[in-house]
Design a protein around this ligand. Structure first.
Ligand code: DQQ
Length: 506
């Protein structure tokens, strides 16, 4: 079968869109969603992703593939998985994981047929460019006996005690989301062990971000390394993390994680957290451990515009920047862009240390920017960072960081004036952030056309913005309540990830 690729006219359409990011990974054209099969193999990072090369809509999903030596400059590879003409994945090759089976790269993915997704397996060549589907697919051909499931798909696979284990994302009717545990010796014949942990869909609310959904998509179990500043890390009890994306009847909500303890056949949950305050703008994340021992994660930045606008643009969906995740002193995950992202910086501008007032201190111009701001906030005070603003602030995205208590703060994103286009999503986003007792706030903001990633003292907030005016390129910081000291502010322009036109496969 020849390698499917978008038509040149679709590529041209996508490339011409002013909202298309230039230093985030995007598909050559068409639709992109979840990161899949993330791996670091012989010095090369492999990013697979849910991909429809023919249109900017979610349909007949393939596995796209790109490689990188540094996590930021990507090379497109041939599409890895294509839905079959017949068979269990004829309606799509949905999300999954890649493992090394004694030297044989092996993908475990969800083959979609009708409205069911069943576990399938494919083995790959050493360069991960050629994939052969297992003739025995689907390798699991039914839901666990006696279990009434709301949905069933996506895979987290690992080796433990000389056997393979996998979690399949699911939900139990009348109870809540769950991760179903299986075991195998050969990745083909699986024994059902039971639900690893099950949520309670009768508690929490979507507004508060603590409703865990009727189904868990893209479950991901791992043990995060401690953050560098975690003094007692050596003596502390190990903490495990189960990340999942809360889903309900076709609606994607947000990524959450439980901290807890995984042992034997169970995960004993401790605390529930939101992984990203942007909610669905950082959805279906998948993590992996690279050869340096870092835990890295990518997530899918969904669009905030209509289906019609996506089709007109010729593309949809952005991959987040790679994030390093560690476990902080407070028992929650700390997130930061991988240091490699900084290699795209150019033309750094420093801003003098000063006391912030209501007067806006400029933070540079442009629609591909990286900003680092360190400020000290007195209790009860707040600063605002204006992003993608026009000179008259007719269009402006406002990020507010407030110190609400001695060691408590809040980040809020106001998109009500981000765009003059009334059809784009303008709903606010917010969440709590930890603040040290000296009031220090470390802020990192990455603006890449419509993609916005914000990190405040290790907490993440991701969103999409679609300014209409060409001059919506300004940034500034000011104090809006109480007093705040600006200690440091540096801003950079960011280079494009691709130096020239993307090379598509013949
Ligand atoms: N997207 C995939 C599913 C997954 C969902 C289909 C999450 O496998 O559950 O493209 O975005």
């Amino acid at each position: 079968m020849s390698n499917p690729e978008p038509s040149p006219s679709l590529v041209a359409l996508a490339e011409a869109d002013r909202h298309r990011p230039r230093f985030h990974f995007v598909s050559p054209a068409g639709w992109l969603n979840d990161p899949n099969g993330l791996t670091h193999r012989e010095g090369t990072y492999h990013l697979f992703y849910q991909y429809n090369p023919t249109s900017a809509l979610h349909s007949r999903i393939h596995w796209g593939h790109a490689t990188s030596s540094d996590l930021v400059r990507w090379v497109d590879q041939p599409v890895a998985l294509i839905p079959g003409d017949e068979g269990p994945d004829r309606d799509g090759c949905w999300s999954g994981a890649l493992v090394d089976d004694g030297g044989t790269p092996t993908i475990v993915y969800s083959g979609r047929h009708g409205d069911r997704e069943m576990p399938c397996v494919a083995t790959g060549s050493a360069d991960l460019n050629t994939w052969t589907k297992d003739p025995g697919n689907p390798v699991i051909d039914g839901y666990p006996e006696g279990l009434e499931v709301t949905a069933y798909r996506d895979h987290c696979v690992w080796r433990e005690g000389g056997r393979w284990r996998q979690l399949v994302g699911s939900g139990i009717v009348g109870k809540g989301g769950t991760a179903l545990l299986y075991e195998s010796t050969d990745l083909r014949s699986w024994d059902y062990v039971g639900p690893l942990v099950t949520g309670d869909a009768s508690t929490g609310t979507v507004e508060a971000g603590d409703w865990t959904g009727t189904m868990w998509e893209c479950v991901d179990l791992f043990r995060p390394p401690p953050a560098q500043d975690r003094d007692a890390a050596e003596d502390a009890d190990p903490v495990d993390v189960l990340v999942f994306s809360a889903w309900d009847a076709g609606v994607t909500h947000y990524p959450l994680y439980w901290t807890g303890t995984y042992s034997g056949d169970a995960f004993v949950p401790c605390e529930l957290h939101r992984l990203d305050y942007g909610g669905r703008y950082f959805y279906a994340p998948q993590s992996f451990r690279d050869s340096a021992g870092r835990r890295l994660v990518f997530g899918w930045l969904q669009e905030g515009r209509t289906d019609e606008a996506m089709v007109a643009a010729g593309w949809s969906g952005v991959m987040s920047l790679p994030r390093v995740i560690t476990l902080g002193v407070d028992g929650a995950l700390v997130q930061a862009p991988a240091p490699e992202v900084a290699t795209l910086r150019r033309d750094g501008q420093e801003c003098a240390a000063q006391t912030l007032t209501a007067a806006a201190v400029p933070l540079g111009e442009g629609d591909q920017r990286d900003l680092e701001v360190t400020a000290v906030l007195a209790p009860g005070s707040a600063i605002e960072v204006a992003l993608a603003t026009t000179p008259d602030a007719e269009e402006v995205t406002v990020l507010r960081i407030s110190r609400t208590g001695v060691t408590e703060g809040r980040v809020e994103l106001d998109r009500s004036r981000s765009s003059l286009d009334p059809t784009v999503d303008a709903t606010p986003r917010s969440g709590p952030v930890p603040i040290s007792s000296d009031g220090e706030v470390e802020l990192r903001v990455l603006v890449d056309h419509s993609a916005l990633e914000v990190f405040v003292n290790g907490r993440a907030l991701t969103a999409r913005i679609y300014p209409t005016r060409e001059d919506a390129t300004g940034a500034s910081v000011s104090a809006v309540t109480g007093s705040a000291e600006l200690c440091r502010a540096t801003t950079w322009a960011m280079r494009d990830t691709w130096a020239g036109p993307r090379q598509l496969y013949p």
